[in-house]
Write a protein that binds this ligand. Structure first.
Ligand code: BTN
Length: 254
């Protein structure tokens, strides 16, 4: 806790040895209380949630399983931009604390040496036009020694890449520090204009061929970077640029 350099984020922390999912706990908490900036952390999750309804394997003691509750006053459609800020803060914190070259795979996976070390799941309350809370859930594989055969070619941990153990509380505190700083700035304009450059510098897809898989149409093109709304700009063979929203699409190619 002494590592924390924030004003609001993480000043109140709930810590669990074991929980279903820190995102679900954060939601239960946010429904009932004024909890802007509160952080839920767990040693182990028994029902960790990933994107697209997948589960997130969260074994005891090896990772950062963390959810941050925010009660912002802006429109719900902006919540997805917070996920990108989470990715940026995560990449910066990992770089600072480990020296590893941590990159972002749009919209919000963090990748070291081509393999995923961190995933982010942002959820919000379901009121139509007033946003009650946003939960930014981050899962980081820190000191895991191995991954099952079926995922070890796509997943890794900071320890496997850096050949040493890292302090989870130090990394978590750094993430909250950067995220709070970015969040304050973000609230000024309500878009990502201040972050486009930094984000794109860390973007592993940049200049690369990506395949965009949408529910009704699939195409390939060169990823140019994000715009101030957090959309990925993709240029196809004919030179036409499409703005891809993060919601339903899946991006292939690293
Ligand atoms: C992804 O699919 O890449 C997103 C994974 C998000 C996992 C984190 S771990 C902490 C928080 N609680 C959850 O149940 N999920 C998120």
């Amino acid at each position: 806790k002494s590592l924390l350099q924030t004003k609001i984020f993480g000043k109140e922390v709930r810590f669990y040895d074991e929980i279903d999912s820190t995102n679900m706990e954060a939601r239960r908490h946010a429904e009932a209380h004024e909890s802007h900036g509160m952080v839920i952390l767990a040693e182990q999750q028994n029902a960790g949630k990933g994107r697209r309804g997948r589960n997130w394997v969260s074994p005891k003691g090896t990772g950062i399983w963390m959810s941050l509750i925010l009660k912002p006053e802006f429109a719900p459609e902006k919540a997805s931009m917070l996920t990108l800020l989470g990715a940026l803060a995560g990449a910066e914190a990992i770089k600072d604390c480990t020296g590893l070259d941590c990159r972002i795979k749009w919209p919000n996976d963090l990748v070291v040496n081509g393999k995923k070390v961190c995933g982010i799941l942002t959820e919000m309350s379901s009121e139509i036009d007033y946003i009650h809370y946003v939960i930014i859930g981050m899962g980081i594989n820190v000191n895991a020694d191995f991954f099952p055969d079926d995922i070890c070619h796509v997943a890794t941990s900071l320890k496997l890449e850096g050949k040493q153990n890292y302090m989870r509380n130090q990394i978590a505190a750094k993430i909250l520090f950067y995220l709070e700083k970015h969040y304050e700035k973000f609230c000024n304009y309500g878009d990502l204009r201040d972050f486009v450059k930094e984000y794109n510098l860390l973007l592993i897809n940049r200049g690369k061929e990506v395949k965009i898989i949408d529910s009704n149409h699939t195409f390939t093109g060169e990823a140019l970077g994000i715009d101030s709304e957090g959309r990925l700009l993709v240029k196809d063979a004919a030179g036409q640029i499409t703005e891809v929203m993060s919601g339903e699409v899946s991006v292939r190619g690293l």
